[in-house]
Design a binder for this molecule. Structure first.
Ligand SMILES: NC(=O)c1ccc[n+]([C@@H]2O[C@H](COP(=O)([O-])OP(=O)(O)OC[C@H]3O[C@@H](n4cnc5c(N)ncnc54)[C@H](OP(=O)(O)O)[C@@H]3O)[C@@H](O)[C@H]2O)c1
Length: 247
């Protein structure tokens, strides 16, 4: 029996990139998966078809995680589709780069509204929806949470906040057997980072002991571990998954 058989997982921001890789992997592990997306209905639908072709079960559910009322709807629709929820992967996140001089209030608000406020409110909804015997929340952070990136000041700050929240939420939810674990990717090849090209990635590769950038499947493998019973004694920690990269 696959190790997540009987479990239901919501992966936020799963139509593309790292989230899509995580959704595919958790479905292969036996979970029924909600492929959440904000705008890319076609990509979410294609991923669900792929998961089903591979023998898994998934549904696409649209919800903008930066809008609190849509988070509530996401959980209601998940319960309607699958009857329960056991795992939340807070993956939806945006990154905006530029000089300090060019930062705008809107850019700061956009990044914090999704990467931090959305993560907190989705975790609040999950904690209400999880069964009495517990659940798992995975926060997708970034290496930038502990070693910030120049020109990504607000983004790095959101991920520092995510790491802090992984700890505080684990402290609060531990007594209910809800584990909260962070997974912090290094540079990973996704739709979001595709514009960097090989030249843009080269400085990161040069600082990566394993000598390449990550793939969504690398991050998904770590998530598969942290949601499993094998990680049942791990909470409040953030696992760096970047081939040894320090930004
Ligand atoms: N790629 C990297 O190098 C890297 C490194 C470290 C950490 N991370 C983190 O990993 C996560 C995913 O990054 P990625 O590179 O895979 O991103 P990506 O390729 O840009 O994909 C972003 C995904 O998030 C969804 N999304 C965007 N805004 C949303 C919203 N308001 N509500 C719900 N879903 C939303 C998008 O769906 P729609 O298209 O439907 O809007 C899409 O599925 C982020 O938290 C990011 O900070 C990435």
């Amino acid at each position: 029996m696959a190790r997540l058989t009987g479990k239901v997982a919501i992966v936020t921001g799963a139509s593309k990139g790292i989230g899509a890789g995580i959704a595919r992997r958790l479905a292969a592990d036996g979970a029924r998966v909600v492929v959440n997306y904000a705008k890319s209905a076609d990509a979410a639908g294609l991923l669900v078809s792929l998961i089903e072709k591979e023998g898994g079960h998934a549904v696409p559910i649209q919800a903008d995680i930066a809008r609190p009322e849509e988070i509530t709807l996401l959980f209601e629709k998940t319960i309607a589709a699958f009857g329960r929820v056991d795992i939340l992967v807070n993956n939806a996140g945006i990154y905006e780069f530029g000089d300090l001089a060019g930062i705008t209030p809107d850019s700061i608000d956009r990044q914090f509204a999704l990467n931090v406020r959305g993560l907190i409110l989705a975790t609040q909804a999950a904690a209400q929806a999880f069964p009495a015997d517990g659940g798992v929340v995975v926060n997708i952070s970034s290496g930038a949470g502990i070693t910030p990136i120049a020109q990504a000041q607000a983004y790095s700050a959101t991920k520092g906040a995510v790491d802090n929240l992984t700890r505080s939420l684990a402290l609060e939810l531990g007594p209910r057997n809800i584990r909260v674990v962070g997974v912090a990717p290094g540079l990973t090849a996704t739709e979001g980072t595709s514009g960097m090209g090989e030249e843009g990635a080269a400085p990161f590769v040069a600082r990566t002991p394993l000598g390449r950038i990550g793939q969504p499947a690398d991050i998904a493998a770590a998530v598969s571990f942290v949601v499993s019973e094998d990680a049942g004694w791990i909470t409040g920690e953030t696992l760096q998954v970047g081939g040894g990269l320090r930004l």
